[in-house]
Design a protein around this ligand. Structure first.
Ligand code: ACO
Length: 412
C-alpha cells in the first residue's frame, strides 16, 4: 500500500442498545402527551434507557468491539479512536480514553468529537482525513450517547424524543477505490441557542441555582430545529453526492439521522426519492444523537439492506447548527456484521471506574419505576420491521406493562 492511501473503506461496524425500553405509553404517565401525538408528529414508538451500571463509555466499548470483530482485526491494530458524543461520562478525561482501555488497545491516540447529532459524521470525515494523509491505517469511529440522564421529564417538548445507544465503524486504508467518495460538512452558529444545554460549562458552572432552574437539561426550539433540519439535510446530502460525481438517483440507501420521520420524509421529497431508499429505525430507538447514524448503518448492513458495491449516504444534522454527509461506496461483506455482533456480549467489556469514589444513583427519578421492572433479556436488535407495532418481553401488544411491578416477583 502507498504511503498516502487514497481510500478509507468501512471494514467493520457494530452497535449496542441497552435492554430497557421506554414506550410512549410510559411517557403518557409522566407528561401531558399521547402515543398518537408522538407517533404522528415524530414516528417514535419507543426508545432504550441505559441501566445504572451503564455509561456512554461502556455502551461505546461494546459497539466498538463488535465493529473490530466484524473487521476481523485486533484491538491493537487501531491507530486512532474518535468518539462522537454530547453526553461524555466526564468533562475529562475523554470518553474515548476510557474506551481505549476497555477494548484493550495500547497504541491508539484517543479523543472525543463534539458536534452534537452530526458528531459521528464529523468524526468519520476526520478519520478519513487521517487515513488518506497516511497518519493512520485503521481508525475506530464511535457515536455513543446516554441522553436519558440529560432530559427534563416534565418537558414534553424534549423528553419524548431521545434515547440511549452506541454504534461504531472501523475505517481502514486501501489503494482500491471505495469508501467515502464525497464529504460535506456545514456549521451555522446562528442556530447555536436553538438546541443547547445551558449549564455545566465555563459560561455557567454548575451551582444550586443552575440546578434549581433545570439548566442542566437539554433545551430545544423544536420548530426552528425542524426548519433547519428539513432545509439542510437534503442540501448537505446533495453536496456530498455531487462531490462523489453522482446524482441522488445513483444512491442505493440513505442512512439519515433518526430524529423525526417527517424530517426524513421531507428529505426524500427534496431529493425526489422514494421512502424505500431511506433507512428508518427511529420508531424503536428514538433520537440517539451521535449514535443514531452508526446504529442505523450497522442495522442496515446486518439486515441485508446493503450489498457489496452499493452507494450509501450517511447524513446528519444537529446542534450548532451542524450538518454533515458522506457518500460511501460499500465494499465489505455485509454478513460479517452479524457474526461481529454475536462475538461480543456486554459483559465481555469492562470500563475501569475511579478508586474511592462513589457516584450518585444516575437514574433520573422519573425513570426509577421503569428501571425497577425487568427489561428484555438480550433483546434482538432487529426485533421489529420498521412501522410495525413493536413487541417485547415486557411489552406485549394489547397488554399494558405493569408500571409498578413487584421487584421480587420480577427477579423470580
Ligand atoms: N405531546 C403532546 N403535545 C405536544 C407535545 C407532546 N410531547 N409537544 C408539544 N406539544 C404541543 C405543543 O405544545 C403545541 O401545542 P399548542 O398548539 O397548543 O401550542 C402543539 O403540540 C404543536 O407543537 P409544535 O412544537 O408545533 O409541534 P411540531 O409539529 O413542530 O413537533 C417536534 C414538535 C416533534 C419537536 C418537531 O418540531 C421536531 O421534531 N423538531 C426537530 C427536533 C429535533 O430533531 N431535535 C434534535 C436535534 S439534533 C441534536 O443535535 C440533539
Amino acid at each position: 500500500m502507498s504511503a498516502n492511501p487514497r481510500y478509507a473503506h468501512v471494514t467493520g461496524w457494530g452497535r449496542y442498545a441497552p435492554s430497557q425500553v421506554l414506550t410512549n405509553a410510559d411517557l403518557e404517565r409522566m407528561v401531558d402527551t399521547s402515543d398518537e401525538w408522538i407517533v404522528s408528529r415524530t414516528g417514535i414508538r419507543e426508545r432504550r434507557v441505559a441501566a445504572a451500571n451503564e455509561t456512554t463509555a461502556s455502551m461505546a466499548a461494546v459497539a466498538a468491539m463488535r465493529a473490530i470483530r466484524t473487521a476481523g482485526i485486533e484491538p491493537d491494530d487501531i491507530d486512532l479512536i474518535l468518539l462522537a458524543t454530547l453526553t461524555p461520562d466526564y468533562w475529562m478525561p475523554s470518553t474515548a480514553a476510557l474506551v481505549k482501555e476497555a477494548i484493550g488497545n495500547t497504541r491508539a491516540a484517543a479523543m472525543d468529537v463534539a458536534a452534537a447529532c452530526s458528531g459521528f459524521v464529523y468524526a468519520y470525515a476526520t478519520a478519513q482525513a487521517y487515513i488518506t494523509s497516511g497518519m493512520a491505517k485503521h481508525v475506530l469511529v464511535i457515536g455513543a450517547e446516554l441522553l436519558t440522564r440529560f432530559l427534563d421529564y416534565t418537558d414534553r417538548n424534549t423528553c419524548i424524543l431521545f434515547g440511549d445507544g452506541a454504534g461504531a465503524v472501523v475505517l481502514s486504508a486501501s489503494d482500491e477505490p471505495g469508501g467515502g467518495l464525497g464529504i460535506e460538512m456545514t456549521t451555522e452558529p446562528q442556530g447555536a441557542y436553538m438546541i443547547w444545554l445551558p449549564a455545566g460549562g465555563a459560561k455557567s458552572p454548575p451551582s444550586a441555582g443552575t440546578i434549581a432552574r433545570g439548566e442542566h437539561y437539554i433545551r430545544m426550539e423544536g420548530k426552528e430545529t425542524y426548519r433547519f433540519a428539513t432545509r439542510t439535510l437534503a442540501t448537505t446530502a446533495l453536496a456530498a453526492i455531487r462531490k462523489a460525481g453522482l446524482e441522488p438517483a445513483d444512491i442505493d440507501l440513505f442512512i439519515p439521522h433518526q430524529a423525526n420521520i417527517r424530517i426524513i420524509d421531507a428529505v426524500a421529497k427534496g431529493l425526489d426519492l422514494p421512502m424505500t431508499k431511506m433507512f428508518v429505525n427511529l420508531d424503536r430507538y428514538g433520537n440517539t444523537s451521535a449514535a443514531s447514524v452508526p446504529m442505523a448503518l450497522a442495522e442496515a448492513a446486518n439486515s441485508g439492506r446493503i450489498k457489496v458495491g452499493d452507494m450509501v449516504v450517511i447524513v446528519a444534522f444537529g446542534a450548532g447548527f451542524t450538518s454533515g454527509a458522506v457518500a460511501i461506496r460499500w465494499t465489505a461483506e455485509p454478513a460479517r456484521g452479524v457474526a461481529g455482533d454475536a462475538a461480543v456480549q456486554p459483559e465481555d467489556v469492562t470500563v475501569r471506574l475511579p478508586v474511592d469514589w462513589d457516584s450518585v444513583d444516575p437514574i433520573p427519578e422519573a425513570l426509577a419505576d421503569l428501571m425497577a421492572r425487568p427489561g428484555a433479556v438480550d433483546p434482538p436488535l432487529d426485533d421489529v420491521v420498521p412501522g410495525d407495532q413493536p413487541t417485547h418481553a415486557n411489552h406485549q401488544p394489547g397488554v399494558q406493562p405493569d408500571p409498578h411491578p413487584d421487584p421480587q416477583e420480577a427477579q423470580a
